[in-house]
Design a protein around this ligand. Sequence first.
Ligand code: FES
Ligand SMILES: [Fe+2]
Length: 345
Amino acid sequence: MTNSEKYLVDRWYVAAWAHELDKGPLGRTILDEPIVFFRTEDNTVAALEDSCAHRFMPLSKGRIISGHIECPYHGLVYDKNGNCTRVPGQSKIPPSAQVRKWPVVEKFRWIWVWMGDPQKADPNMIPDFHWNDDPNWVSVGDYFYVKGSWRLFVDNLLDLSHVAFVHRSTLGTDGVTNFPVKVTQGDETVHVDRWIFNEPAPPMFQKVRDFKNQVDRWQMITYRPPSHFVIDVGCADAGTGAMDGDRSNGVTMFSNHSVTPETEKSSHYFWHHARDFRLDDRVLTQTLAQATKTAFYEDVEIIEAQQERINTARIDKPIIDINADAGVLRARRMLEGLLDSQKIN
Ligand code: FES
Ligand SMILES: [Fe+2]
């Protein structure tokens, strides 16, 4: 299968946290393509094929010299456009001494790479994750390497009924599954909203406010293909009008995720969790960082276990769907439609 049959290629993908480039070049495989990311002299980011034109040495194992990257094997040097600028021991540079480059943008503390036709790489198409660097929010986040398909994250993040089982100690309460979801669709978005009324606050919300009584909770998911998820989660004292837009008796957090395929069976999982209250409370920041890391790693363990089973499953074994899959099924249809139209074009 070609890449455009497996993945949505004309899209921006998160390749790294910006700080991951502080220590030098970073090698990361994105959509089956080995890429090296590094900072150039003007502090912008370059994304080049991570394979030297001479003898395939990964350039990511090399070093940066004045914003260019030097191959660690025989010292060929490449600029940010992938053109070789130096061959040790000779003045003439072979015309084919170059490596591929990809459009790359730094935004919202993440490094974004465009994996399709470079002519179509419009930075305005980068999905909104402003919570990650907006001064009105404090955001904590991390990266997990996952031995599981990005598609399993679509299942995971569009059906939060799993919080009652996977995240008992952090996000879950037993009542979640008793409340149905409402699924709607935008131009290239799927929205899955759930209100949970008159239930206890989940453990993570108890950490941020001492909710004495029952709460009304919300989980509002916005999915943007292929694998971007913005989730508005919160709770307020029960019956105080949160559903009508009054959140003054509650707390809101955004739990955002972007999953980039490394291959069809492995992923780069970027997430951040943002709050807009007690911004200077460092202890709370640490507490939430630890709690969210614990919670999202619980998902990683589920996904890796599923993938292991999928790898060895009988291919004729059918799967079943349940009511909680309403959002997942809508998202899959949208995704398949986009992949089909990509094959035609
Ligand atoms: S393999 Fe890179 S310079 Fe020889
Ligand atoms: Fe989860």
